[in-house]
Design a protein around this ligand. Sequence first.
Ligand code: MG
Length: 171
Amino acid sequence: MLNNKIQDALNAQINAEFWSAYLYLSMAMHFEQEGLTGIANWFKIQFKEEQAHAEIFINYVNQRGGRVTLKAIDAVPTQWESPLDAFKATLAHEEKVTAMINEIYAITEEVHDYATRDRLKWFVSEQVEEEETARGLIDKFTMIGDNNMGLYMLDQELGSRVYNAPSALAE
Ligand code: MG
């Protein structure tokens, strides 16, 4: 049986992952409308990944005989000034998610729930990747500045991203 404090934290995390999915879908829709279909593709894949993150937590709570409680998903922003602005918002958001994961990790140690701590390890590494990717894209968009050819090429590059289900989804 799951400790109540852990169960509440995991349910909050499920909600946060769905909020992330909603945020990235909103970014995808914004760039779709701007004609930047490659950037839109990148965020659509990010949307799918976040849904998978929520599903990994859902599967885990069920595995432990806990109860998943789905709460309302808050509204997300709908407009960004530029791709650089959106990737800066992405990094800031992922840093918040990292802090949430770290907080749950600390609770698992406090209540000696080592199974949940083990499950969280995948997310700890995943967050390192998420932040690294966002930082890399901020660098690229900063580099091209307002160069349209650079924007065109970067949009093409992000258009080639394909979705791969996270490994932890199969566990
Ligand atoms: Mg996530």
